[in-house]
Design a protein around this ligand. Structure first.
Ligand code: HEC
Ligand code: HEC
Ligand code: HEC
Length: 123
C-alpha cells in the first residue's frame, strides 16, 4: 500500500518538478548573463524617428538580458507587435530605457540619453 502511494508521487509530482527545473535552466540559458546579445543593432520603429539599439553598449548593465527582455522577448519586431496589441503602452519601453539612464546619470555614471530625444530617435 505504502509502495503504491510512493510510486504515484514519483509518477506525477516528481516528473513535474524535473520538468520545471529543466524549463528554468533553459530559460536561464536563453536569458542568461553569459551572452552579449546580437552584434547587429536592433531597429525599433518610431514615428518620432527610428531608434537603433546597440546590445554592445548594454552588456555590462545590472540585471543581464532580463533587464529589458522581461518586458519583451529577445526577437526582432516584438516592441512594435506588443504596442500594436496594447500589451505594452506607447512610450512604455522608452520610459523603461530612460529610467535606467536617469538613475545612472544621477549616480554620476556613464550612461545613455534621457532628455536628448535625438540621442535615441536618430532617424
Ligand atoms: C537594455 C535593453 C536590452 C538588454 C539588456 C538586452 N536586450 Fe536584446 N533587445 C533589446 C531591444 C530593444 C531589442 C529589439 C526588440 C524589437 O525589435 O522589438 C532586442 C532584441 C534582441 C534579439 C533579437 C534581435 C534581432 O535582430 O532579431 C535578441 C536575439 C536579443 N535581443 C538577445 C539579447 C541577449 C542574449 C541579451 C543579454 C545578453 C539581451 N538581448 C539584452 C534590448 C535589450
Ligand atoms: C533612451 C532612449 C530614448 C530617449 C532619450 C527618447 N526616446 Fe522616445 N522612444 C524610445 C523608444 C525605444 C520608443 C519606442 C517604444 C515605446 O513606445 O516605448 C520611443 C517612443 C516614443 C514615442 C511614441 C511614438 C512612436 O511612434 O514610437 C514618442 C512620441 C516619443 N518617443 C517621443 C520622445 C521625445 C519627445 C523625447 C525627448 C524628450 C524622447 N522620445 C526621448 C526611446 C527614447
Ligand atoms: C539597466 C540600464 C539600462 C537600460 C534599461 C537601458 N540602457 Fe541604454 N545605456 C545604459 C548604459 C550604462 C549606457 C552607457 C554604456 C557605455 O557608455 O558604456 C547606455 C547607453 C545608451 C545609448 C548611447 C550609446 C552611444 O552610442 O553612445 C543609447 C542610445 C541607449 N543607451 C539607448 C537605450 C534604449 C533605446 C534602451 C531601451 C530599449 C536602453 N538604452 C535601455 C544603460 C541602460
Amino acid at each position: 500500500m505504502k509502495k503504491h502511494i510512493n510510486e504515484k508521487i514519483l509518477g506525477t509530482g516528481f516528473w513535474l518538478v524535473v520538468f520545471v527545473i529543466i524549463l528554468a535552466v533553459m530559460t536561464g540559458l536563453a536569458l542568461g548573463e553569459s551572452g552579449k546579445g546580437p552584434d547587429n543593432p536592433a531597429v525599433i520603429k518610431s514615428s518620432k524617428g527610428n531608434i537603433s539599439f546597440s546590445h554592445e553598449e548594454h552588456v555590462k548593465i545590472d540585471g543581464g538580458c532580463g533587464a529589458c527582455h522581461k518586458m519583451f522577448p529577445p526577437k526582432g519586431g516584438q516592441i512594435e507587435a506588443l504596442k500594436a496589441s496594447g500589451k505594452i503602452k506607447e512610450k512604455g519601453v522608452m520610459n523603461m530605457c530612460r529610467d535606467c539612464h536617469g538613475k545612472l546619470m544621477a549616480a554620476g555614471k556613464d550612461t545613455g540619453p534621457t532628455a536628448d530625444c535625438l540621442g535615441c530617435h536618430k532617424k
